[in-house]
Structures are given as C-alpha cells and as structure tokens.
Design a binder for this molecule. Sequence first.
Ligand code: GLU
Length: 476
Amino acid sequence: MTTLLRFAPSPTGALHLGGLRTALYNYLYAKKTSGKWILRIEDTDRTRAVPGAVEGIQDALGWAGLEYDYGPGKPGPHGPYFQSERLDLYHSYANKLLESGHAYRCFCSADKLAATREKLARTGSNSTYDKTCLHLTEDEVARKVRAGEKSIVRLNDGRLPMRPPGHDLVFKNLKDAHASLPTDPVLLKSDSYPTYHLASVVDDHEMGITHVVRGEEWLPSLPLHLDLYACLNLPTPQFAHLPILLNPDGTKMSKRKGDVHVLDYKNRGWEPSSVLNWLALAGWGVQDASSSSSGKQAPNSTTLMTMDEMIRNFDFSVLTHRRSVLDPVKLEYINKHHLMRLMTSPEGLRTLAERAQPYVKAAYPESPYTSLPYLEKVVSALQGRIVKLSDIPTLGPFFFSEPYYSSPEAQKMRQSFSSENYAVVIDSLVSRLRSAEVQWEASALSQLLHDENAKTSLKQKEYMTILRHALTGMKV
Ligand code: GLU
C-alpha cells in the first residue's frame, strides 16, 4: 500500500512554527515510505478566512523546501484541494447519515440553542443540547424544509455503533473521551458548509489518506471522527497527533511571546534547513524500551541533521507525546553549525555569499565591496561567529566601509593607549607591510605581527588592540 498523507491548514492567517512542524513530519514520512503528500486547504469556516493566507502558506512551505505532491497549483487524482470546492461531496455524505438515522436536521435558532445550553449547564448537566429536533416527525421535518426554514445537521449520538477504543501512533492506546464531546455534534452548518469534523473525515476517506498527522489540539475530536467512520462504514486511517509546542518558560507559544510565524524566520535570515532541524527535534522524544530494541535512535535536542538524515531517522515510534519546548537558543546553535557545514564546500560557500549579498547591500548601499567572490571570503573569515547570515553587516562592518572612529566604542578604545604608542605600532607595521617580501597569507602574517610586536616594549594585548582599532574601530 502506498502511503498518502495530507497537511490540511485552514487559511485563517500566517503559517506558524507548529504548522510547519506538522507539514515537515508529513513530508518526512511520505519521503521515507516513498509515498506522497497533499496540501489540502480547509476553508469551510467562511467567517475566519483571511485573504492571501493560502499564498502565505505556500510561500512558507516553499521557503522551507517542503514541496507537496498534490494541492493548489499541483493537480492530482484527489482534487479539488480546496474544501470550499467539494461541498457536494459533504452534502452527499450528510444525506447518507440522515437516511440511515445517524443524523437529523435541527431547526433551533442560535438564540434558542444558547438558552438551552445555559439552562442545561445550570442544572449541572454535561449535555449541550436537549435534542428537541430529534423528536420531530418526518412530516414536520419535510414541512419545515419546504417552508424554507434554516437548519443544521447533527450527528445522533444515541445511535452510535460499538467502536473499539482509539489508537494513536504517538499517544498510543486512548481512553474513551466521548464525555467531553458536545451533544449531537454539528456536521453541516446553517450556511450549508460542513464543519471541520465532517469535511476532514470525508476528505481523508475520499482522498485515500493512510496516515492523518496533525496537532494534539485535534485529539479530543478523534472520538467523534471515529464515530463518523463507523456510522458511514468506512475504514479508518492511522492517526498520529503531535504534541503541543511550548516556550522555554512552559507557556504555550504565541505571537506575544516572540516569533511564531514561519515567514518571520525567513525575513530574519535564518536557514530553512536549521529551522526544520530545530522543529524536527521538538517532539522527537527520548528513546523508550520498545524503540531501542528495534534499534531506532532518538536524537537529543540539538543534534544536527540534514534533510536526508531526518528522512532516514524519522518514524512515528521516535516521537514523544510529551509537550515539547522550542528553545530559541537551540536554533542559534543549530543555525551556526548549519552555516559552518555549508562553508566546507565551494558550492555551499557560493550559496551563502549569494544569500548574504542582499543583507550587505541593504546595510551598505554605497559599498564597492559586495561582490560574490569577496563575500565568500568575508563569510569564511567570520566562520564560527555568524549565527545567521543577516548578522554579517553588524559583525564585520569594516569589510564594507571605512572604520567608524567616532563611535563611542572606538573613542573609548582610543583613550586606553597613548598617541606615541599608536604611532609606533602603525608606522612600523605600515612600512613592513609595504616591503616586497610580505606573504599575504594568514599564518605568515600572524608570524610577522608577533615579530613586529617583539621589537616594541608593548604587551601583545595592547599591540593588538591598537591594530584592531586602526583596522576596524571595534573591540572584537
Ligand atoms: N484545518 C485544521 C487546522 O488548520 C487541520 C486539522 C487536520 O489536520 O485534520 O488546524
């Protein structure tokens, strides 16, 4: 059986890190099993749709290099890939459920429903609806429909078949959680759009999805989804719910606490490969006895991995159900090392120079020193200090413009040595460097500096500080 997965965002805003991790795990498993994955746009909540959100999601996935096999702009056998273009399908499934008595039409107004909910809550009941409309006769229903009364379709939870308890690839055996579901959950809304629950079950079945990989926030809905599969007599896919991501202080990630939008990471100059590496490890848990006996290695949370390594090592059995902290300090470490890895090959170095160029040009629009061969040398010289490419202009301004001697930092440095000593160091060095036999190569220059230093009475620290001031105007 070929595996087929889907990433199914709702176009309600920008793609978050949590969404990118879900997309990544879908991608990794599809690649690992030589399967395919779909991008499905779940746009059935018309009140929450945000214009441009789909393009934003595509842009973020494209930046990360997670290319989907089918979806918007990529026709395939399971399309259309926008749920708003599949309404007939949901209606036909709702009709099947109405005909078999597993669902019924409810004509209660929003006000009446709110009042009922309140009344039930006051009496300490767990129910959220009193099932008034379940007791309408067929004739009454037909009359109301003919009269054009607005209705919704509800699942009749008193008619559910027996189901085995749910199983999840990450959360393992699940307890029965029906008690937390609303009474007779809504399947079709009054605008005749389906709810998420009906649409996702229908689409996962119709598209032939083998593995549903999604965020933990959907775990409470799983019993309802399993009920729908059972009422419709459909085989169930496998489910893998991914643990919620937390900030280092243990709170839920939110925009207020820092960057959560994927495109913020793009704009700030992070490497897509390291953002993926960082996200992959959030949720990639500690090895348990069963996974170690099958020989699967769980990486620790800063293990550097390329895409190929992630694909090779990924499996649902290595994931934890524990909430995972996404620590920005780890991203710095990972990003720095991804950059260092790229620097080891001429092609990698050229790519880095190309990607650094826009940051340098933006910071130093007048500089003549922004050619790619020059930037390759700059990147190598700053190796081990660059956390992200966008740091280059601030880490090494002296590569692009004259030192800025009137900065507070440069002035403070200047006060720590006398003009006499300054002149001794610079004059002697300049004349030595002008002589014909100087080899312009790091180890030879280092030796030359030590020799020149030894000819003076200055300590190495002072000698080098003077030199650093003259060349860069900066302490580091
Ligand atoms: N549309 C849901 C969301 O954006 C996805 C749920 C799913 O993957 O089933 O959260």
